[in-house]
Design a protein around this ligand. Sequence first.
Ligand code: CP
Ligand code: NVA
Length: 306
Amino acid sequence: MDLKGRDLLSMRDLTGEEILAVLDLAAELKSKGRYEDDTCRNKTLAMIFQKPSTRTRISFELAIRQLGGHAIYLNTGDMQLGRGETVPDTARVLSRYVDGIMIRTFAQEAVETLARYASVPVINGLTDLEHPCQVLADFLTIRESKGRLSGLKLAWVGDGNNVAHSLMLGCTRVGMHIAVATPPGYEPDKGIVDDALQQARKTGARVELTTDPVAAVKDADVVVTDTWASMGQEDEHDVRAQVFGPYQVNADLVAHARDDYIFMHCLPAHRGEEVTDEIMDGPHSVVWDEAENRLHVQKAILSMIL
Ligand code: CP
Ligand code: NVA
């Protein structure tokens, strides 16, 4: 499968077959442990961050290093981008120095503009709309636990946010059923829902949108949640904490899932808000595998596209 030179801006950029190819390579690289190869020998990845990060920054930096290359961390506050140099000009300049660019920012349009003007591949490391690298790591984790993706039911409980969007696009591409429970007014983006429904018609996946967390979690193989207030929504924290109360993933809620369900969270978790300690630390939780798998899928992505 040839993904050389391709951007990864959205889960829309990958077919179901390509998603599985990324997972296969990620699993192979994971089985080799910290084995260093030279797939990205002497290649440089620029990593632009306009929002904080623990996992994305560290796992990308290690990923390129373990493939023989290296990363440059760029905080937009320290770049000319932060004081008015345009995204297209930044794209043109970085393309003269580096072999790939990862960016975490607010607007999906900024990532698309960067990719349009960059002559090197661009990877979305989270926008307000999507978080594709997270979802590829989630899929690797699910496949490790369940042995397959197609035909499983994933329940998303909480905000119709970036991670929910990438999961909807991803699940429907690989034939997984997805049920999304959000409070009224916090539903996923309509354009994402339309794309997911269209994909679902091709793959046989089901898409269910509801305001009832119990209906979403019923018989689910995978239960997923995320923060109620994403980066950039800090001012809404208190209002959201009220609205999202009934959407907490706790023992009562997961009692409706399958007996062998797994619990996932992209992290960082807000214990006592979207999830209780009992579930985070319980026997069904795979959140640490999920965090580790960011490294392995990103090694696969970098070695396929750079
Ligand atoms: N899950 C995730 O993207 O974590 P960070 O914000 O720490 O990168
Ligand atoms: N939805 C969260 C994900 C963090 C990794 C956010 O955007 O803040």
